[in-house]
Design a protein around this ligand. Structure first.
Ligand code: ZN
Length: 166
């Protein structure tokens, strides 16, 4: 999780996303929620496929790709939203999705996990922030970044400050 596709404030990666071919062609990413104001969608399914092919070809082992750390697994268990998609590695269970939020306006609240419903509300409260969607298998620890996108009403806000005692 730390080294591979970790969602996080990697500015280079975020800037690249505006040139995403998915966005240019106007094709919506199939994995996201269709929240209003959604834009700059980046679909990581190609990277995901490449990782899985490497596994099937023997170029990678399950130890390499099923490396969700205990924090991620716990987050998936308590905050994840279940999907209808089966784990592509173990095929024993369906995948859980986590949505992490990043953006200057979020201040110290960057990197929090938010539900689809919370994102809907946040999109009205902030000008711009990016959501990273990660899928996790709680059986075999497979995890991969599947998409990211920007939400917000486009009106910049002062970054959130940490409240005293928070
Ligand atoms: Zn699995």
């Amino acid at each position: 999780m730390q080294t591979r596709d970790t969602p996080g404030p990697r500015p280079g990666q975020i800037r690249d996303t505006t040139r995403s071919p998915q966005r240019r062609r106007g094709r919506p990413c199939p994995t996201v929620d269709g929240v209003w104001s959604q834009r700059s969608v980046v679909d990581y399914s190609m990277q995901r496929r490449a990782t899985l092919h490497a596994l099937w070809r023997g170029g990678a082992t399950t130890t390499d790709v099923c490396d969700a750390d205990p924090y991620l697994l716990r987050a998936a268990k308590f905050h994840g939203e279940s999907t209808q998609r089966q784990c592509p590695v173990c095929r024993r269970t369906s995948l859980t999705e986590l949505r992490y939020v990043y953006g200057d306006e979020l201040g110290p609240y960057q990197g929090r996990i938010k539900s689809a419903r919370e994102l809907e509300a946040m999109a009205h409260e902030h000008g711009e922030f990016r959501v990273y969607v990660v899928e996790v298998c709680q059986e075999c620890s497979w995890n991969h970044l599947i998409s990211s996108f920007v939400l917000g009403d486009g009106m910049p806000r002062t970054p959130v400050r940490r409240r005293r005692g928070d």
